[in-house]
Ligand binder design. Structure first.
Ligand SMILES: [Mg+2]
Ligand SMILES: [Zn+2]
Length: 178
């Protein structure tokens, strides 16, 4: 069976968005049902790519290595439970740096495609912010909005009309894999 790829935002999708930064393992809290959803994606042959803006790095609040450790922490939990995460792309930049990777720009997706020699156009892209949905549409991914994190706010904004909307990652994954 050919690999299927899916792009996920992290904060507000996989874990509870603190409306602040996750700077240590202890404050990384999975969203309700998200562990189950990640495992279900894996069991349904989806390869998961996480694309996350973490300007806390260039704000000097944590090192890139620190963010990597937090990601290893939760990814290891998923692996212990029978799931897997193929790849994580992190944008460390602040808005003022005008990088090409901070979502809604598509650099994170392009970097993942290059590193993995894959094509993510037409893949689902699940996020809670308008910047996720805009990134998805700009790159030709299929945008999915979840109402967790900033999602309920995004839901009352002018988001791309082709966006599918679900309560949370679990509901989105149940629909995708159905
Ligand atoms: Mg988010
Ligand atoms: Zn960047």
């Amino acid at each position: 069976m050919p690999d299927k790829f899916i792009v996920l935002d992290r904060d507000g999708v996989i874990n509870v968005d603190l409306f602040d930064y996750v700077l240590k393992n202890e404050t990384f809290e999975f969203e309700k049902g998200s562990v189950e959803a990640l495992i279900k994606l894996h069991k349904n042959n989806y390869q998961i790519i996480v694309a996350t803006n973490q300007k806390c790095i260039n704000l000097g609040l944590i090192s890139a290595e620190g963010i990597k450790k937090i990601n290893n922490f939760w990814i290891n939990k998923i692996k212990e439970l029978g799931g897997d995460i193929l790849h994580v792309e992190v944008c460390p930049h602040r808005d003022e740096e005008n990088c090409n990777c901070r979502k809604p720009k598509t650099g994170l997706i392009i970097a993942a495609e290059k590193k993995l020699s894959i094509n993510l156009k037409k893949s689902y892209f699940i996020g809670d912010k308008l910047s996720d949905l805009e990134c998805a549409v700009s790159h030709g991914c299929k945008p999915i909005l979840v109402k967790t994190g900033y999602g309920s706010r995004t839901f009352s904004s002018n988001y791309p009309q082709e966006t599918k909307v679900f309560e949370n990652l679990k509901a989105a994954v149940d629909w995708i894999t159905n």
